[in-house]
Each structure stands twice: as C-alpha cells, then as structure tokens.
Design a protein around this ligand. Structure first.
Ligand SMILES: Cc1cc2nc3c(=O)[nH]c(=O)nc-3n(C[C@H](O)[C@H](O)[C@H](O)COP(=O)(O)OP(=O)(O)OC[C@H]3O[C@@H](n4cnc5c(N)ncnc54)[C@H](O)[C@@H]3O)c2cc1C
Ligand SMILES: C[S@@+](CC[C@H](N)C(=O)[O-])C[C@H]1O[C@@H](n2cnc3c(N)ncnc32)[C@H](O)[C@@H]1O
Length: 669
C-alpha cells in the first residue's frame, strides 16, 4: 500500500468489549475472537487439524513451512501452533507464521485476553514481550533461536494479500482463514482476497476455516481451491477445509515489475559473503541460520572499516509523515532492538563491554514536531516518548540542553563485538586478511578471486563491501558516496560518570566503555583525509559542550591535540536508504525499460533481469547498526524464497536497481 506523505500515526487498535467469562468481543464487528465454549480446542480442531498439522510437518520436505493467517487477533492460533511445533520431536521444519491484522489489540488487551489460557502462559509471555504494539507496518519477530519467524503485518488484508501475491511467488503451505463471520466482515472474504491467497499457495497448500458460508465456499472454489465440508466443532454444524487444486492465474501488473526477478533460482546450499563489517556479518548469520554454509571473505580484519568504531548508537528517526525512509527506519529499528536484546540475553554479547541497551535520548529543537509527535507517541511508549529537558534528567542521569525523544529500546553497541558474535557459529567459515576479492561467474558458480586465483566458490554471493562496492566490476554503476567521520576517544571523568543512557545531539556520547567514551562524529563529504585532525576533535568537544553546558568546563580542559580517535567512512546512497537486494543486469535493464525514457508513467510488464545468485547489502549510511539486521533478513528471505519482511513498496525502496529505474525515468541514462 502506498503511504508516502500520509500522516504517521499508530494503527487503530481493536475496540473490545469483554463478556462475563472474560473473553474479548469486537465492538466493531460484533463478533467473538474465539468460541466461548472451548476456544482452545476449537482453534486446534479448526485450524491445526483442519490443515493436518502437526502430522504434515513430519512429511514436509522443504526446510521451512509457511502458515498465513488472516486476522491475528489475540494470537491464540499462533500460540497453539507454536505449542504444537514445540511438542513435535526433531526433525521438523522451521516455522514461518505470517499473520495479517488490521486492528491489532493493544499490548494490555493482548495480555488480558491471553491470561485466559494458563496452559499457554510461558508462550503468551514471550509473545507479549515481542509484540510490536500499535507501530504501523510489517514486523518480523524471531523466536526459538530463529527457528520460528513470526511476521505481523498490521494492514488490511485487502491490501496485504494482493501486495504479497504481486511478487508472483508461491509462499504459503497452509492457510488459517480466520476473519470474523463473513456476514459481518465481507472484506476479509472478498473474491480478490481469496484469489490472492490462491496465487500465494504452494502446489500442496491447504486451508482451513471455521465458516461454512455458501458464498465463501463458492469463492474459494472459484479461486482454485478444492473445498470440503467437515463437521464443525461442538454445536457448530460444519466448517471448511481443503487444498489448492489449480494454479491461480497471475494478475496483470499494475506497476512495472522491475523488482521481481524473472528467473527464480534454487535455494543454494552454500554462499559467499564478501566484506566483514556489520552488513556482511549480519547477512552471513541470517543465511547460516537457514542452514546455508557460508564463507565470509574479508580483505583485512572483521569490522576494520566503517564498522570499526568502539561505540555506535542504535539510531532511528521519527517523522510526522510516512515515507520509505521513515518506515524503513522504524521497522529496522524495532527489529534491531529485539535482535541485539536476544544477543545480550543469550550471552553472545556482554552488557557494558559490547554495548548496552540502556536507551538513548535525541535532542530536538523542532518544537512543532515534538508537540505533534508527543501526542501520537502516547500510544507507542515502548518506541519513543517526548521529554522536556527536565524530564530527560530522569532517564539520562545528567542535565543537558534540550527537549527531545527518548527511545527506551535503543542504546549503544560496539560494532566489532557484534560482528564477531554474529559469525561465531559452526557453519560460517571466516577468512580474514584474504586481500581484495573480485567476483566472477563461471558456469553458475560465483568464484571469489584474489589476484586472479579462485579461493572459494558458491552458487550465491553477497557483496557487503561498504564504500568499496563500486570497485567490483559488476557494481561500478552504483551511486555511492563516502562520508568521512572522525570520532574522539574521551577518557571518562567523574563528571561524565552520571550518564546512564546514550545522548544524541549534533553528535553523540554513550556511557563509557572501559573508561573511554567514543564521541562523535564529524560529517564531511568529499574528504579523503585518513589522518586524525585536531580541529575535528575540537569540533566534537564543542558540539558536546553545546549539548551539555554543565560539562563545558571539563571539556575545555582537554587538549584536542593529545586525544585519540578514529577516522571512518560512512557509505551513503543519494536517497539515504540502504541498497539491499539482487544485483541487476544493467544492460538488460537499459534494454527492457528503455521506453521509460520517453514516458516514465507507463507500465512495462517485463520482470527484472538479475545476475543470478548475486546480491548486495551496502549504503547503510550513519545507521548500519540499525539497518544491517533487517537488511540481512530481507536478503536471506529473498535467497530462500520465503515471505519478505517488508512490503513490496519498501523492498523496492531499498532495491539497488531503483537507481537505474530512476535515471531511466529522468532520461539520464
Ligand atoms: C564516524 C562514524 C560514526 C558512525 N556512527 C554510527 C552510529 O552511531 N550508529 C550506527 O548505526 N552507525 C554508525 N556509523 C555507520 C556504520 O558504522 C556503518 O553504517 C556500518 O559500519 C556499515 O557497515 P558495512 O558492513 O556496510 O561496511 P563496512 O563496515 O565498511 O564493511 C565493509 C567491509 O568490506 C571489506 N572489503 C571491502 N572491499 C573488499 C573486497 N574487495 N574484498 C574483501 N573485503 C572487502 C572492508 O575491509 C570492510 O571490512 C558510523 C560511521 C562512521 C564512519
Ligand atoms: C476472529 S478474529 C481472529 C482471531 C485470531 N486468529 C486469534 O487467534 O485470536 C478476526 C480478526 O480479523 C481481524 N480483521 C477483520 N477485518 C480485517 C481486515 N480487513 N484485514 C485484516 N484483519 C482484519 C480482526 O481485527 C480480528 O482480529
């Protein structure tokens, strides 16, 4: 769904009434979320048994099994499915559960509804803990060490299913069709929705639903499903279940499908990742989690270029309006915050040494925006809160100069620790100091060449070489820019010790790591000076003194000429979104989409031609800590033919090929 420029606000939550038994009822639709008789058993019977689960998981031959649900509601179906998956001994497929919900419950209502099921208590607690609340968009949640992926799309099913189906990929193994009764919610059961479901179905896909309404039965059959009646649960007479019978015809493209690869490649058993910064290490981890054997090739040491600072902040950016930039910033931030939290909880990262999710406060002098967002954010307190300078003292532990946004799920991280922890698993081979890698395709294999000799090969390769990506012969066309940044290492003093969370102003400071604060940073385009500059240290000290006037005296006492620091280069794209996706065949793009030079508004119904098995993740700008984990999920989901964690609009917004399309539309190439 196109949201650009519409006001950014929380999604409209479900409006609930509660009956005497403590069960939620939708005030809008006047219907129950689950049966009052025995909700647990009915849901198990209708949806799990109706799809022959968990038995079918035993015979499933692909690595993952995808269930898609229309209407997440209280999450009861999800929890029962998760419980059934847990109880099944290995081998069992990984579970991908994609649920679409227009009016999510608030976290409080979710907790109240799930309190009805003591048998599901621990799973319910985990769901509530990972729940995105009313944050708009698509939210990926990883559970069970990543064996379960829960995708929550807060969207009208009438938009979300056609969006998912428009990529023309069969993704779904089983459907839980669970909107309210068709008589009170026709949108959920529309022909377009059911046709989109058919287009998304794998050849063996099944469906199950509690309704036996004649119109639904006919429309499901019309969409291509074989529909059978089954006895209903308890007092209900009938319900429906069945299988996809015939391949659904694809819908005509309404937009030029340049982002969809015309050729679908097989899921690779092995992959190369070139570049060992945040982007490469996150991509390696996401692929490895899916059972792909990864060789990570780094010309120097891991995290020795852009990702080499001692401390970085988990940033995001709010805005009063939707844009691809804002939506990606918030969705990737939420994902990253949970991703690092899991790394701390599992012991992969150590608080204080490798980072701390202690929150971060971002000064802002845009009072109109603070006022407007302050109101909106009252419904999203887990994401951010607007605080005035005095209120900020309580979270920061120090007095500072301004009002701003408090992000409780943020904090600081040491990128090198994150990189090392990410690749510390059995099936990632890390080769450091291997020299500059070039890639060459030879009979379907990508060869990693150093001075012309192959040192590794695989059918799939991910380029994550930051600003150096344009050195690769296949990527010389990318519009990347390197932005110099210098950080200053400030020995901690008693004065700074009160700081309890990260503070972002024109620069940033976090609580000390091993008695040093890595403060930053300058921001200079077209500047290739590698050596530290005293005036840049002075700049960092001055901007911190402006942000925290009470520290000015202490900061003035430092001699910038004696301070240590580091110079690094951020890699940015012209629109400040990262570049994540398959690498286009530029010649084919220029040939196929040439008519756009004359008329940029026309639709050309030709799918994109891409370099088979070659992918890119770069241009993470000043926010690699935030964007790299979700970018890695996006790539790995593309490579493994899974549902993507982003809407089609957002995945197009980060696709590297967007710049070719943009330049064709402007008649510049
Ligand atoms: C001063 C400064 C401050 C920053 N502060 C923050 C912050 O607070 N928060 C935040 O989120 N982000 C911050 N960033 C940005 C963040 O560091 C980057 O977004 C992130 O490091 C990008 O990671 P990457 O993996 O894309 O690139 P890199 O870390 O640059 O990794 C690319 C890797 O590829 C290797 N390589 C290159 N060419 C080849 C080749 N041909 N063969 C093999 N290997 C190759 C390089 O050696 C390098 O290790 C900051 C950046 C700078 C410079
Ligand atoms: C019967 S409840 C689902 C119960 C849920 N599966 C559970 O396990 O608790 C139906 C859900 O569909 C949602 N819904 C209704 N119309 C919708 C639409 N057009 N798009 C997406 N969700 C919708 C409702 O908000 C409600 O949460």
């Amino acid at each position: 769904m196109r949201r650009d420029n519409t006001p950014w606000r929380p999604v409209q939550p479900a409006s609930l009434q509660w009956n005497d038994a403590g069960d939620p009822i939708s005030a809008e639709f006047g219907d129950v979320y689950y049966s009052g008789d025995n909700g647990l058993e009915e849901s198990r019977y209708v949806f799990l048994q109706g799809n022959d689960l968990p038995q079918r998981w035993r015979r499933h031959c692909r690595r993952h099994f995808c269930i898609t649900e229309t209407g997440f509601g209280t999450g009861l179906n999800f929890l029962l499915t998760w419980q059934a998956w847990r109880e099944l001994p290995e081998p069992r497929p990984d579970l991908h559960y994609l649920s679409i919900e227009k009016h999510p419950l608030t976290r409080e209502d979710l907790a109240r509804a799930l309190a009805n099921w003591p048998a599901l208590e621990s799973l319910a607690a985990a769901l509530i803990d990972h729940y995105p609340g009313l944050l708009p968009g698509q939210h990926r949640v990883l559970l069970e060490q990543g064996r379960i992926t829960l995708d929550l799309w807060w969207e009208d099913v009438a938009n979300a299913l056609p969006d998912l189906a428009s990529r023309g990929r069969a993704l779904v193994d089983a459907w839980y069709l669970d909107g309210f009764a068709p008589a009170c919610n026709a949108t959920m059961w529309s022909r377009d929705v059911l046709r989109a479901a058919a287009r998304l179905s794998h050849p063996q896909a099944s469906f199950a639903t509690f309704t036996a309404a004649g119109q639904v039965r006919r429309d499901l059959a019309d969409a291509g499903f074989e529909v059978n009646k089954a006895p209903g649960f308890g007092r209900k007479r009938e319900c429906l279940r069945g299988h996809i019978k015939r391949t659904a015809a694809s819908e005509p493209a309404t937009d030029t499908p340049w982002d969809v690869a015309g050729i679908v490649t097989a899921i690779p058993a092995s992959a190369l990742v070139v570049g060992g910064g945040l982007a490469g290490c996150a991509a390696a981890a996401a692929l490895s989690r899916r059972g792909i054997a990864v060789t990570l090739l780094e010309k120097g040491k891991l995290a020795s270029a852009g990702s080499g600072n001692d401390q970085g902040i988990l940033y995001t950016r709010l805005s009063r309006k939707h844009s691809s930039l804002t939506d990606f910033a918030l969705q990737s931030f939420r994902f990253a915050s949970l991703f690092y939290r899991a790394m701390f909880q599992s012991g992969q990262l150590t608080t204080g040494l490798d980072g701390a999710l202690c929150g971060s406060f971002h000064q802002s002098d845009n009072t109109a925006e603070l006022d407007a967002l302050g109101e909106v954010l009252t419904q999203l307190p887990d994401l951010a809160q607007v605080l005035d300078a005095q209120q900020a003292v309580a979270v920061l532990g120090i007095e500072q100069a301004g009002a701003g946004y408090w992000y409780p799920g943020s904090g600081w991280l040491r990128p090198v620790s994150v990189c090392r922890a990410l690749v510390d698993t059995g099936n990632i081979e890390v080769i450091e100091d291997c020299g500059e890698i070039a890639l060459e395709n030879s009979t379907g294999q990508w060869q990693a060449l150093v001075n012309g000799s192959a040192i590794a090969s695989a059918p799939c390769a991910v380029v994550a070489t930051g600003t150096a990506a344009t050195n690769m012969q296949q990527l010389g066309w990318l519009p990347l820019q390197a932005i110099r940044g210098q950080t200053t290492h400030l020995p901690t003093t008693e004065v700074f010790e009160g700081l309890r969370a990260a503070l972002c102003h024109k620069g940033y400071i976090a609580p000390a790591r091993e008695s040093l604060h890595c403060i930053g940073a300058t921001f200079d385009l077209h500047d290739d000076e590698q050596a530290l500059r005293t005036e840049d240290h002075q700049h960092n000290l001055d901007s911190l003194a402006d942000a925290v006037p009470a520290w000015r005296e202490t900061l003035t006492a430092f001699d910038p000429a004696t301070l240590a620091g580091r110079v690094g280069y951020r890699c940015a794209s012209p629109d400040y979104l990262p570049m994540v996706g398959p690498v286009p065949d530029v010649t084919a793009f220029l040939r196929d989409y040439a008519p756009l030079r004359k008329n940029a508004r026309q639709t050309i119904a030709i799918e994109g031609e891409y370099m088979e098995g070659l992918y890119l993740t770069t241009a993470h700008g000043s926010r690699g800590l935030t964007s790299a984990p979700l970018a890695a999920e996006l790539l790995a989901s593309m490579i493994c033919c899974e549902p993507l964690p982003l809407s089609r609009e957002l995945s197009r917004a980060v696709a590297p090929a967007r710049f070719i399309m943009r330049d064709l539309a402007r008649n510049r190439i």
